[in-house]
Design a protein around this ligand. Structure first.
Ligand code: UDP
Length: 314
């Protein structure tokens, strides 16, 4: 049994990870400020004696009075509508000061630490598919920069703590992920389209819908980040974690509407600034180093996600 800190543990990915790690027989210290997370997400494991919740914002230093083996640093709002605007300064603090605090905690405990980085490292990518060696093309002063540059700086911090303090780091760059436990009001495209279709509301296409994304089902994503945590000493990544099945946003809308039916119509809305035109991971590194490839097709993942939202939407 390992003692594992999961920051962002009540969020979409964090809560799915906590349940997975508890089921593997670990002791979990779940840390979240519940800004976008929700305790309902961890209700299944809340009464498990190996599950502990700490209401805490990682912008502040964290002390843990027992030995920690591993830290998964997932804390940060992931949806553009949650990290931009009035939350942008908190977002950049979470990425940078939060990462510093977690790296200090890892150093103190001699714990291995995994950073949930992002495909946003690549910004508006200059290559397709995106390989880990692509240094990215990010607008440092745009409305996404709080997240993109925050996560880029976090990667720098992780590598400096690794090089200079010997901290055992792992970095995964997470591409668009979807599945059960997404918040219906999250604002991301998969949840928006499914909820809109289920309610018979307009499907909101930002721009002309020709921009692409590649969507990974949450169980596959949890699988790759846990494999990364268990990978050989010295293998730091960054490793792309995502499903290379790429489609346009318009195609996603067509697929969701075909599955749900109903009266919803597609309406065009303004494209947010700096919205990347394309995103598709090259997952060669994850395949070769971690023996991982996604198993759940978009078709199956959407069916499972629609079934989840049917239960939560009244
Ligand atoms: N998008 C959209 N309609 C929505 C929400 C998002 O057309 O209701 C688009 C958005 O402009 C982007 C893509 O879907 O091009 C993915 O957006 P999301 O917020 O899910 O994540 P991102 O990949 O931008 O971080």
């Amino acid at each position: 049994m390992k003692t594992i800190v999961v920051t962002g543990g009540t969020g979409f990915l964090g809560s799915n990870l906590c349940v997975h790690l508890i089921n593997e027989g670990n002791r979990i210290i779940c840390v979240d400020n519940n800004y976008t997370g929700n305790l309902d997400n961890v209700a299944k494991v809340a009464n498990n004696p190996n599950f502990h919740f700490i209401l805490h914002d990682i912008i502040n230093p964290l002390k843990i009075g027992e030995h920690i083996d591993q830290i998964y640093n997932l804390a940060c709002p992931g949806s553009p509508s949650a990290y931009q605007g009035k939350h942008s300064i908190t977002t950049i603090k979470t990425c940078i000061i939060g990462s510093l605090n977690m790296l200090e905690l890892a150093e103190k405990h001699g714990a291995r630490i995994l950073q949930a980085s992002t495909s946003e490292i690549y910004g508006e990518p200059l290559e397709r598919p995106q390989k880990e060696i692509h240094c990215g093309n990010v607008n440092p002063i745009g409305i996404r920069a709080c997240y993109d540059e925050g996560k880029r700086c976090a990667e720098s911090l992780f590598f400096d703590y690794h090089r200079h303090e010997g901290v055992d780091i792992k970095i995964v760059r997470i591409f668009n992920t979807y599945g059960p436990k997404m918040n219906p009001n999250d604002g991301r495209v998969v949840s928006n389209f499914i909820v809109q279709a289920l309610k018979g509301e307009n499907i909101t296409i930002y721009g002309n819908g020709s921009q692409t994304r590649s969507f990974c089902y949450v169980d596959d994503l949890i699988d790759v980040i846990v494999r990364m945590m268990h990978s050989e000493v010295g293998f730091t990544g960054p490793v792309n974690a995502g499903n290379p099945e790429e489609l346009t946003i318009r195609e996603l809308a067509d697929t969701v509407l075909a599955k749900i039916g109903g009266k919803s119509k597609m309406v065009k809305m303004p494209l947010p600034a700096d919205d990347p035109t394309q995103r598709r991971p090259d997952i060669t590194l994850a395949k070769t180093k971690l023996g991982w490839a996604p198993k759940i097709t978009l078709d199956e993942g959407l069916d499972r996600t629609i079934a989840f939202f049917k239960k939560v939407i009244k």
